[in-house]
Ligand binder design. Sequence first.
Ligand code: ZN
Length: 154
Amino acid sequence: MDIWGDDRVSKGTLSTRDKQKLYLNAKKRCENCRKKIDFADMEVGHRNKTYSLGARTTLANSLCLCHGCNKKQGTDSWETFQKKQGKQDPKTIMKKSLQALSITQLKTLAQKHEVTVEGKLVYDSFETRRQAPTKSQYINKLVSVVKEKELSSV
Ligand SMILES: [Zn+2]
């Protein structure tokens, strides 16, 4: 090995052995669209930064992709790429969208879906009262019933 170590040779490309490992780890499928691909057609994608931004290509930072998906990913990180394709957990996305609404808007949605959201019971010396439901109580109940397109109509 020379003084440059592996850095110079491995930057931007994996060794054939690593490529084979990557291919087998991915079960011979594109890790994005799950399409079965031939080893010869496999393209090495990146999980984090692109090579052009100075990231090293290591097995751990690589993805087994088909040509189409590699092209689609472009310079995005794997996470961004997945998000752009809407592959994030739909519940997480919905929760975020609901959090952006006001309590009045949440109330409207709850009524529309006939979802009852009850606040906590509070006991004081004279009576038992029910507190107004909190935002997160609304969100927890609404997250599985509300559809994305309804959010723009409230
Ligand atoms: Zn693909």
